[in-house]
Design a protein. Sequence first.
Lengths: 445, 257
Amino acid sequence: MSQVAAVRGDVRRAIGREAVREAGAGDPGWLRARREEAWEVYAATPLPSTRSEEWRYTDVAKLLPLDGLEPAGGGAVRGAALPDPLRRAMAQDRESAGRVVEVDGRVVSVELDDSLAAQGVVLSSLRQAARRGVGDIEALLATRAVPASDGKFSALNAALWSDGVFLYIPRGVRVEQTIRLSRWVSRPGTATFTRILIVAEEHSRLSFVDEILSPDFDSATLACTVAELFSRGGAQVQYVSLQRMGRGGVHLANQRTLAERDSTLDTLNVALGGTVGRVDLNARLLGPGANSDMLGLYFGDANQHFDFNTSQDHVAPNAHSDLLYKGALDGRARGVFRGIIRVHEGAQGTDAYQTNRNLILSDEAIATSLPNLEIEADDVRCSHGATVGQLDAEALFYLMSRGLGREQAERLVVLGFLGEVLSRLPLGGVVEKVTRAIEAKLGHV
Amino acid sequence: MNDSPVLVVTGLAAGVADEDLDILKGVDLAIRPGEIHAIMGPNGSGKSTLAKVIAGHPGYEATDGSAELNGEDLLEMEPDERARAGVFMAFQYPVEIPGVSIANFMRTALQSRLEDGEELDLFDFQELLMERMELLDMDASFAQRPVNDGFSGGEKKRNEILQMAVLNPALAVMDETDSGLDIDALKVVAHGVNTLRKENPEMAVLLITHYQRILNHIVPDRVHVMVGGRIVESGGPQIALELEAQGYEEYRKAHAA
Ligand SMILES: Nc1ncnc2c1ncn2[C@@H]1O[C@H](COP(=O)(O)OP(=O)(O)OP(=O)(O)O)[C@@H](O)[C@H]1O
Ligand SMILES: [Mg+2]
């Protein structure tokens, strides 16, 4: 379809009213209307500028030529023709209870254990689930978690999303093995918009790993993703995002977790690839006893730019959240962490922590850390802390005095530093995979 | 037994790198295979500086003299090269390395001693590590703990000797390993060191201490007294006993004169 037009030079735009109509072709009326509304919000919202607090260090206008991006035109690749890097990444995974493969913004395969399907677990392409109106999808999609009103890119995603994942875990169902999403972006200069919606009903259990990969690109290539995560009373959910795009990749992610009474909703964001990675993560603790561990790990080199904007909203009393983001920065890489704990009125007995630590490996790398607190209740325990440090010369000497070469010693210190994050969420296969990816990167340093 | 010295230090002067601060002011020392030399001396006299200059700490600079290990010029070598040549220093203040397990650290250290392309046999390594931990009466769970992270003072010191036992050096420099060890732990560590010496009779030991007690267990061939960056007296083990009784006052006076 679009391929031919593109080759003839009749270049289509990934972003525009026409693209919204195309994205919604075949959608039910409610969804087409939602897309149109989202587009209006997008059009009325100015592009985030570095004059705003939240985007001070990430100049989207400069990093991403929004008007020049082409549609990704996904759906062409079938299972048999999956690219090697994606297949290798998938082969590294341990057992899965289910897997979705997404190529250029379209789901190309969905697999789910029969036993889970029999228990009522739904794992589906989001596009198909929306068209069939599965479960509460109309009520939950781009409404309570990441609505268009959330910001420029949330609106853009809500208008243009082409596919993604819908996952529903019924009450009391415990999914012991991980469910995985493996995404691939293949074409330079394109934009993909995808989203996932996960609902874990009461006392259910789930771990979900969302991995995005691409080759290196010679021009900015956008992957704009949204994750809407709901854990109902007593549910336990772990969500892991592994961003391993190639150079030129621009990943803009909006994630929101809504944790109800006595549920656990933990997240881990790993950013290793791409040229620009921006994650907006908002954890909402909506019921007493809710719990969110929020982990982050980033390792930048060359001109990589990672920007994390996190918030912990304690709406209900007696909830707990604990954030730890750690990053190592080499070359001319830049890391930005901006986090806020908001304890709302009446959220007594809140336990909320926030820590960001950075390790600077070169003279030109920069880390900026902006932790923040906003407390409107009085019986709370909160702390926040940030550090930016260099490799400890004493530690390097100690390791070298046992025979390790300087590079080897540096590798161990960096791996140890970042490894603390992984040890907090020891999910099958993730630790090994991320460790290997960091090691590979350290080899290039 | 080959009798040429393992360590020869001649007229060694050293100070803090990039600063005009002399700490060692001409140290002479020769340790033959299998010998144990103890260095005692008041706080701040330069004992740790000597140990660190031998190990290659980048914060110190040798300004005069030489230090050789089995005839090789140590001062020209990077710290890791010295370690691979056989130098080991048990730190007075061991460093914490968060997130790096003792097992991983020691495996990497042993691997670094192999030729390119040669792979450490992991089974043999595991066996060696477990055997050494047993020798030092350490619980097997320590192997997976991050190096010195959250260790008690005594555990850190014991962990230094564990590393020494795994790496089996030609020259072991022990900088106040006894400080911070309880009486039982001191015996365990001393037993560990003596066992190593039996296995490797040529190992030379330079033992820095403030207390006579450890020298009852690890009996020195020579005792040196360091004051103000110089060795001001050398002799047999009885020097340690005299010091225990009299302190350093006399040496200080003589040195000041
Ligand atoms: N990096 C440094 N910067 C400044 N002064 C230093 C430095 N290292 C050592 N010194 C000084 O050099 C002197 C010798 O220090 P050193 O640590 O060698 O003493 P020591 O004999 O080991 O003492 P102790 O018995 O207390 O361990 C001290 O006065 C110390 O303050
Ligand atoms: Mg000392």
